[in-house]
Write a protein that binds this ligand. Sequence first.
Ligand code: GDP
Length: 361
Amino acid sequence: SLTIGIVGLPNVGKSTLFNALTKNDVLAANYPFATIEPNVGVVGVPDPRLAVLAGIFGSQKVLPATVDFVDIAGIVRGASEGEGLGNKFLANIRESDAICQVIRAFKDENVVHVDGKVSPKDDIETINTELILADLQSIEKAVPRLTKESRLQKEKVAVLAAVEKAQKILEEGHTLFSQGIAKGTEQGDLLHELHLLTVKPFLYVFNVDEDELTDDAFKAEQSALVAPAEAIFLNAKLEAELIELDDEEALELLQSVGQEEPGMATLGRVGFTTLGLQTYLTAGPKETRAWTIKKGATAPEAAGVIHTDFQRGFIKAEVISFADLVACGSVTEARAKGKARMEGKEYVMQDGDVVEFRFNV
Ligand code: GDP
């Protein structure tokens, strides 16, 4: 499955946040028998549709989609110089599908800032500089080879041009993602063979003081620093407390700081979309469940997420949109009203499809 790597300067609250990530109980529900690596935190993706479906079907269990976060330990500054830990740090980021930067905005004088002052803008620049330098090194290594190859292989001409364009952007101090060059875009895909870091989607977590959680002007200012990447605002200490409380107490604490959901839930939701993922839903008396697919996945590919046999033996999918199912109140009624569609192999799954697959075994 896809993973999001968590990075940040020392003392910004990464461990505090990560501990909260590894303690939430979505883990036990979704992976009862799996061993999870100690540096992986699994977060549920909040989806209010699941409870509604569970009500309609009388499901015993509800399983949300999940996102995996990987704690990427190691120093940041100097990482691109490739010494020891730095190398490992970059290799771990390279394996992640998206990059989540934790940025300190909380002021606490008892917690030392590595650079002596709290400045989200400077911290973002410090981290991005290392990633940019690492990408420039990859490019410098690749250019002589690509230049040679492009004389004989026509398709390498476009790759070389894309690489040179990327080099210019990086030299100006920008990440490629911030300039619209990302995985899935034409330019981004041309760069694929270089395994660059800054084409990965970015996501920023601002670890803020409690009063800043409701400070819209402050949040708008920070969001502007990182756009088009998404910004999330949370207080890591508060998240660590929330995880220890029962639902009712947690709700009370959240309301006392003007929040509608835990930062963890926001992180799950935003992380999921940052990875370019989508869900479809299955429901029955046993369980209601959200399954994770890539945007644009076809019905057989979606079936394959449940079991490879479902994909191999795929015949059709009976699809009812969530809205239609809720309006009709039951599958029987939806069928009677012509709202249940039989879809074939070419069908591209839509967000919120409630599905039952027909397959040969
Ligand atoms: P890391 O080095 O990035 O993993 O940071 P830690 O999670 O170890 O946190 C460093 C210090 O900052 C610890 O003493 C934490 O208790 C403290 N800390 C973390 N998050 C917050 C926060 O939101 N507010 C305050 N005041 N302190 C925090």
